[in-house]
Design a protein around this ligand. Structure first.
Ligand SMILES: NC(=O)c1ccc[n+]([C@@H]2O[C@H](COP(=O)([O-])OP(=O)(O)OC[C@H]3O[C@@H](n4cnc5c(N)ncnc54)[C@H](OP(=O)(O)O)[C@@H]3O)[C@@H](O)[C@H]2O)c1
Length: 301
């Protein structure tokens, strides 16, 4: 059964909506009668997903936005296109991500996992801030993971790949950066009297394509075992949807399944590193410097 979310008439942008949790979130958002924009890196997968959504939910046509988070130039292009096409945005779900991919640098010279999972989503969100500030009860949700607890990273190392290169460490760091940044953005939005609520959520675990891309033993294991061992995508989406699509959780919340990896949503506990305000300030400042942008609230007033 499709849960009902009160989204009628709202404009909802979901990244990574061509697969897994993002695709399911898009289904729930369209079912809630919102105007959904699905963002993804592959024009073919975007078109297939759009056709599937329009076939299953003909009352509310879905729009697409090409967005490759591996490249800052591409992200800036998507931000510019969004400004050409829409006057406001109500909900942004930063869901797209990669896990345990082969170690390497992205085209901007930073660790590729950190680029796709954290640097680019932050650049995207900051770029869309004026559209969000014109939205109705605007909400921005980032997607973290219980793996964020394993991060011991320092803000100064944010763009650097782990040394020695380790795919799971890179993932843990990027997910900690997601959570830390959402908490800091929330504090700065509050201090600036911005209407935008920043939150973070994690899905526990769910059977998706995550972790299957790559040449490591763990990628092979994920391809072979994830569909058999992990809970359903619907189960994983609940915390993300409750955080993004309702006002049940206030700005600055971190939402996750009650039984850590599964169950109905509740307030989850961030690691002590993510809760450290100084670490958070430095993480966001370093992120903004690496992606070459500034955080400006209230530019529309
Ligand atoms: N599944 C879990 O157990 C779990 C647990 C904790 C956290 N999470 C988080 O949940 C989020 C969604 O993951 P998922 O499990 O749904 O995985 P998934 O099935 O692999 O979906 C990931 C999505 O991200 C997109 N993506 C990957 N690289 C991209 C890029 N460079 N630019 C734009 N989009 C890109 C993918 O696009 P393509 O279709 O083109 O590949 C896909 O739509 C991730 O942030 C992940 O860290 C998942």
């Amino acid at each position: 059964m499709i849960p009902t979310y009160p989204l009628e008439g709202r404009r909802v942008l979901i990244t990574g909506a061509t697969s897994g949790l993002g695709r399911q979130l898009a289904r729930w958002a369209v079912a809630g009668r919102s105007h959904v924009i699905i963002a993804g890196r592959s024009p073919e997968r975007l078109e297939l997903t759009r056709q599937e959504l329009d076939r299953d939910f003909p009352h509310s046509p879905t729009e697409t936005l090409l967005l490759d988070l591996a490249s800052f130039e591409n992200v800036r292009g998507a931000v510019s296109e969004a400004h050409d096409r829409w006057a406001s945005l109500d909900v942004l779900v930063n869901n797209a991500g990669v896990m345990a991919i082969d170690p390497g640098l992205g085209p901007d010279g930073h660790d590729l996992t950190m680029t796709v999972n954290h640097l680019s989503p932050t650049l995207f969100s900051v770029g869309l801030l004026d559209l969000l500030e014109r939205g109705r009860s605007p909400r921005v949700t980032f997607t973290s993971s219980v793996m964020h607890w394993l991060s011991r990273s320092r803000p100064g190392l944010l763009g650097e790949p782990p040394s020695p290169p380790r795919r799971w460490v890179a993932y843990a760091r990027s997910k900690e950066a997601n959570l830390t940044t959402s908490l800091e953005l929330s504090r700065r939005a509050r201090d600036s009297h911005s209407p935008v609520a920043f939150l973070c959520a994690h899905p526990g675990v769910a059977s998706t394509h995550l972790g299957q891309e790559g040449h490591g033993v763990s990628n092979w294991f994920m391809r072979a075992m994830a569909p058999r061992l992990l809970p359903s995508v619907e189960q994983g989406c609940r915390s993300l949807a409750d955080a993004a699509f309702t006002d049940e959780y206030p700005a600055g919340s971190y939402v996750g399944p009650r039984a850590v990896l599964v169950g109905p949503s509740h307030l989850a506990r961030p690691s002590s590193l993510a809760r450290d305000p100084r670490h958070a300030r430095e993480t966001l400042d370093r992120t903004l410097a690496l992606v070459g942008t500034q955080l400006v609230f209230g530019s529309t007033t």
